[in-house]
Design a protein around this ligand. Structure first.
Ligand code: ADP
Ligand code: MG
Length: 251
């Protein structure tokens, strides 16, 4: 199976982690499993949104896996594969991989290369990969996420978010993602008509402002645990259905 990978981008605070968590829950609940959830934000918090404990990060693993003596009878590659399996946290229907930051003097791109190699090794296991990215455009310009099958650009209806969304879209097109479909996700949507501007991808989802997300946040409860009938959850299911049909078309 060739997994369908969805990269979630956007300005900080627009709801990338929220959208990722709700999307992962929708995919899992509709049986589109297994899903690999990648937390590619150095300030990792996708596990919190999903309500699972933090795991070890790929950034710290790579330091150790490359500097430590490997167990006798094992090659370095075998050891890295074994450690990668341990870094991956398994949950019902999905696994989480937290990139973290590389420790010591290590170059960040090294962890990214390792991620690609490790995911390639495992790739056949997953139906969907959902990557919750750091804010802004770094991950696109550095190639952290490679070439996804779909780029979701999350924005709130505010002009600043929308401008960033247009910039991310343009940058992605100039950096080898010309053929990658992208979709705009309007999050925290109320009644207002957002100002559309040239260069924006087509809107794919409108996720409403949802008091149950705010309540979950205030109480420190996982966002992905909101009621099945919550407005944002309902729209996240619409989004996940669209993504599933894109994945089907690709095959
Ligand atoms: P990002 O990952 O882009 O930085 P988050 O997903 O962490 O953004 O969301 C930022 C804040 O906005 C969080 O406090 C979150 O609870 C809140 N939030 C996100 N989406 C919604 C929504 N649809 N309704 C209400 N609150 C939301
Ligand atoms: Mg986030």
């Amino acid at each position: 199976m060739n997994p369908f990978s969805v990269a979630v981008s956007g300005k900080g605070g627009t709801g990338k982690t929220t959208v990722s968590a709700l999307l992962i829950r929708s995919l899992v609940e509709s049986g589109q499993t297994p899903v690999l959830a990648v937390d590619a934000d150095p300030n990792a918090n996708l596990h919190e949104a999903l309500g699972v404990p933090p795991g070890e990060t790929l950034g710290s693993m790579r330091e150790e896996a490359f500097t430590r003596d490997i167990p006798p009878g094992m090659s370095r590659t075998q050891y890295i594969k074994l450690r990668f399996r341990q870094v991956l946290k398994e949950h019902e229907g999905y696994d989480i991989l937290t990139m973290g930051r590389p420790e010591g003097s290590g170059c960040y791109c090294f962890a990214n290369d390792l991620l690609h190699t490790c995911i390639r090794l495992l790739e056949t296991d997953y139906r969907f990969i959902v990557i919750d990215n750091e804010a802004g455009m770094e991950h696109i310009s550095r190639g952290t996420i490679g070439i996804p099958d779909l780029l979701l650009i999350v924005t709130t209806p505010g002009v600043r978010g929308i401008r960033t969304a247009a910039r991310i879209h343009e940058l992605s097109k100039s950096l080898g993602m010309q053929s990658v479909p992208s979709g705009l996700v309007f999050n925290r949507f109320k009644e207002e008509t957002p100002e559309m501007m040239p260069g924006l991808p087509d809107p794919l989802a409108w996720i409403p402002e949802d008091p149950s997300i705010e309540a979950a946040d205030l109480k420190g409860r996982p966002i992905a645990g909101i009621a099945h009938s919550s407005p944002a959850m309902v729209e996240a299911r619409v989004l996940s259905k669209k993504i599933v049909s894109l994945a089907v078309k690709r095959i």
